[in-house]
Structure formats: structure tokens, C-alpha cells
Design a binder for this molecule. Structure first.
Ligand code: GDP
Ligand code: IMO
Ligand code: MG
Length: 430
């Protein structure tokens, strides 16, 4: 069972990129299975700081295959721009190293225009999307009118298909939102040029993975976003349009569940969220601001300030269930240093009733009504960024992590204490 899946347990930005970078060393293929350039995954290693959006976080290992899988949605222009940025940093993004699955759906400039128009139309009920065209491209995919990366191999037919879809999008932009159309000829020309550059990277991703598994190679599946942004199981409608959960890796890469050995849930030692929607443990006071400043909680993709709050084990137990977590990677523990008292949400009070399970299917209203029930633990003052063994953490940090671990019921295999590759406590060898 040579497959490991890395997923976000909260609302994204848990530090998945750095955990994928860690696991990549012992993998053969690193594959993104969901999301698009709405993701922003940070890797700090080898003196570099990378903000990756579509390119898998294994890209620093030139001897591995990095696959952008069929479950992703890809803006060819954004991908080319990201590849260029990486090239300028001396990173190999050749077609031998970086592959694009033919089944991935393509994001056109008109998908982005529709995303922006829909958000403006929602007014104060806007979702706070990243404006990358994610909702509209998934809508086209579900409506079975989308474009797939494999179509880029036949330039003539591809140009025709792009032109037809742009015409449809223009009609929607005009009649639904009263917005100006985009120039179809210009979009076709942009896509044509991008197709030529990306064609050498195209592969049948499912076949690539199938062959690798047959050879006994190790596949690392990189999730984007987080459990509570899952289209089916998240805080709908304040979600993204794909499946960030571990099941998304099956759908998005063509792997069967029996191939999966580990599912590592990445969890921040506190909680953050960008965009709108309910957030029970949110702190709008000085403590939340301190987390934002010390944790540099600003979006990797949009630069927006992230909302911050206490760790919520109701959410983390839910993530353990729906993803089948075998391990937790607890990140950013160092950010909590210096807080006199720490709180851990253990349950919710909803209309006078105690709930220890996340009220997922009752929607935003149930969560808006949830008041967290907290346990309080004393904090620690010490700088812990140099600590590499769990036993060397200050006693209060040991007690905090042990209690979080106990409440989730899944072992904390990793505890990170700084953004760099080395700043990690590996509590138990995977
Ligand atoms: P992802 O989307 O899950 O990959 O996470 P992001 O990259 O969007 O956000 C995580 C941020 O936290 C990045 O800026 C990382 O460099 C940073 N980070 C990750 N782990 C740690 C840690 O243990 N300590 C600190 N201080 N920063 C960390
Ligand atoms: P990574 O992979 C955090 C959020 C947006 C918005 C909602 C819908 O870096 O963890 P979308 O553009 O997907 O239609 O936006 O989802 N969102 C993220 N939040 N991290 C991400 O990715 C996110 N990708 C989308 O802020 O609330
Ligand atoms: Mg991110």
C-alpha cells in the first residue's frame, strides 16, 4: 500500500505544502488531485521560499515526477506564469519532471470574469472566493460542457472549442450580470499559444499512476484547500467547488482505496479561515490579531488577512472521521509561544445542547448558532523554534499538544515549530 495522502483538516492554509515537501523525499510521484490556482502552498527549503499554486510541492526534488492530476482545474496562463517564476529561481520544470493530466479541466479568462461577476452580484452575501474561476469551471464540468487539457493536443479543434465556450460565457456575462464580453479572438489566441507550450507536459495521469503502483513505487497525493471547504462535506455554501478530502484523491487521480496506507491530516495549532462563512472559535480581539501578526496570516494567493481563532477539536475529530486520518501534522505551534492562556474547543453549545460532533449537514445556520465550549490550559513563554524532540518542548507545550492529540484520537506524528523544512519534530517515524 504505497500511497500517502496529505489533506487539510480545517479551512485551508494549514501548512500542507511544507508537509508534502517533507514526504516528497521518500516518494516517486507527487500528485495534486483537486483545486486550481486558488491554492497557495508554501515551501521553505534549500534557501528558497516558494509560493506554489498549481505545481505540486515536490518540485524541489528534480528526480521525482510531479503530476497535476485530472481532478484539478488548470488555468493554462497561470500555470505558465508559475512555471516561469520557478524557472527563474533555478527550479527544473521540464516536461520530464512536471506532468499535466489530460483529464484536468481548463480555466479560461471568461471563467474568471464570471467568478468576479457572480461575487459582485451576491453583494453582501459574497462567498469571498479567490476570483480564480473555480466555481464557474466546476459548473461547466458538471454540466458536461467543459474543456479538458488533453484537447490542447489538437490545435485546430481546441481553438474551435475555446471559441464556442467563450461565446457562451459572454452571453452569460452580458445577460445575467450586465458585464462586458471578452474578445473571443484574443482568448483563442492566448489559449493557442499556451497549448503549444503545455502540450509536451500532457500525460494520461491515471495510467502514469497505475504503472507506478504496479512497479511498487510510492505515490504522494497532495490535497489543496481543507476539509471544511469540501463541496460535499464542508460548510456549504462557504466552500470551494472540489473535494479536498482524502476521497478526492481517489476521484481526482484514479487510485483505489486499498492502495492507501496513510492519510496525514495537516492541522494548525490554532484555526484560520479566509473568505466568508461561519467560524465558531474566531477571535476578533487582540489575541486574534497577535496570531495574525506572529503567524503572518495573510493569504498566499490573494494577500487577504486570514481570520484567526482557537484550535477546534470538534472540527479536527470530524476531519479524522471523514478523511480516515492515520496521522496528524500539527503546524505552527511556535506561533502560540507567549500567549498566557490557551483555549481548546472541545464541544459546541447549540441552542442549549452540548454537541461533540460537528453539525456538518445542518449548514451555516447551525454553525452560526454554535458557541464553543473551551478547556483552558496555561501557555509557555519560551521560543520553541529550535526544538526537534517532543520531550524537549516546554512542559506546558507538551501538555497542550498531548491534550489536542487525546481529543482528536489520532497520533501527532509531526509537530512543526517554524516554516523551514528542518523546523519539525517528527514524533514518530512514518
Ligand atoms: P498550505 O496552503 O496548507 O500549504 O499553507 P500556506 O502555505 O498557505 O500557509 C502556511 C503558512 O505558514 C506559510 O507561510 C508557511 O511558510 C507557514 N508555516 C508552515 N509551518 C509553519 C510553522 O511551523 N511555523 C511557522 N511560524 N510558520 C509555518
Ligand atoms: P490552500 O490550498 C484557504 C477559500 C476562499 C473562499 C472559498 C471559495 O492554500 O489551503 P474559491 O476561489 O475556491 O471558489 O473560493 O474557499 N479558499 C481557500 N482558503 N486556502 C485555500 O487553498 C483556499 N482555496 C480556496 O477564500 O472562502
Ligand atoms: Mg495556502
Amino acid at each position: 500500500m504505497p500511497t500517502t495522502i496529505i489533506i487539510g483538516t480545517q479551512w485551508g492554509d494549514e501548512g500542507k505544502g511544507r508537509i508534502v515537501d517533507y514526504y516528497a523525499a521518500q516518494s516517486d510521484i507527487i500528485a495534486r488531485y483537486n483545486g486550481g490556482d486558488n491554492a497557495g502552498h508554501t515551501v521553505k527549503a534549500q534557501g528558497l521560499s516558494l509560493a506554489l499554486h498549481l505545481v505540486p510541492s515536490g518540485i524541489l526534488y528534480p528526480d521525482k515526477i510531479c503530476l497535476i492530476g485530472a481532478g484539478t482545474v488548470v488555468n493554462p496562463l497561470a500555470l505558465l506564469e508559475e512555471m516561469q517564476t520557478l524557472r527563474e529561481k533555478g527550479i527544473n520544470v521540464s516536461a520530464e519532471h512536471l506532468k499535466l493530466a489530460a483529464g484536468a479541466h481548463l480555466i479560461l479568462p471568461t471563467h474568471r470574469a464570471l467568478d468576479g461577476a457572480a461575487e459582485t452580484h451576491r453583494g453582501h452575501e459574497a462567498l469571498g472566493t479567490t476570483n480564480r474561476g473555480i466555481g464557474p469551471v466546476h459548473a461547466d464540468k458538471a454540466a458536461r460542457i467543459g474543456l479538458r487539457a488533453g484537447q490542447m493536443r489538437d490545435p485546430g479543434a481546441f481553438a474551435e472549442a475555446v471559441g464556442a465556450l467563450v461565446e457562451l460565457h459572454n452571453a452569460q456575462l452580458h445577460s445575467v450580470y450586465g458585464k462586458a464580453p471578452l474578445d473571443p479572438a484574443q482568448v483563442v489566441a492566448q489559449m493557442h499559444a499556451a497549448a503549444e507550450l503545455l502540450a509536451p507536459h500532457l500525460v494520461d495521469g491515471t495510467a502514469l499512476i497505475g504503472e507506478a503502483l504496479e512497479r511498487g513505487q510510492r505515490v504522494l497525493c497532495e490535497g489543496a484547500q481543507g476539509t471544511l471547504l469540501d463541496l460535499n462535506l464542508g460548510t456549504y455554501p462557504f466552500v470551494t467547488s472540489s473535494s479536498p478530502i482524502s476521497g478526492g484523491a481517489m476521484v481526482g487521480l484514479g487510485i483505489g482505496p486499498r492502495e492507501v496506507e496513510r492519510v496525514v491530516g495537516v492541522a494548525k495549532a490554532y484555526t484560520t479561515r479566509v473568505g466568508a462563512g461561519p467560524f465558531p472559535t474566531e477571535l476578533t480581539d487582540a489575541t486574534g490579531e497577535q496570531m495574525r501578526q506572529i503567524g503572518r496570516e495573510y493569504g498566499t494567493t490573494t494577500g487577504r488577512p486570514r481570520r484567526c481563532g482557537w484550535v477546534d477539536t470538534v472540527i479536527l475529530r470530524y476531519a479524522a472521521q471523514v478523511n480516515g486520518l492515520t496521522d496528524i501534522a500539527l503546524t505552527k505551534l511556535d506561533v502560540l509561544s507567549g500567549l498566557p492562556t490557551l483555549r481548546i474547543a472541545v464541544a459546541y453549545d447549540i441552542h442549549g445542547e452540548r454537541h461533540t460532533r460537528f453539525p456538518a449537514e445542518w449548514g451555516a445556520a447551525a454553525l452560526e448558532a454554535a458557541t464553543p465550549i473551551y478547556e483552558e490550559l496555561p501557555g509557555w513563554e519560551e521560543d520553541i523554534t529550535h526544538v526537534r524532540r517532543r520531550t524537549d518542548l516546554p512542559a506546558n507545550a507538551r501538555a497542550y499538544t498531548a491534550r489536542v492529540e487525546e481529543l482528536i484520537g489520532v497520533p501527532l506524528t509531526f509537530i512543526s515549530v517554524g516554516p523551514e523544512r528542518e523546523a519539525m519534530i517528527v514524533a514518530q517515524q512514518p
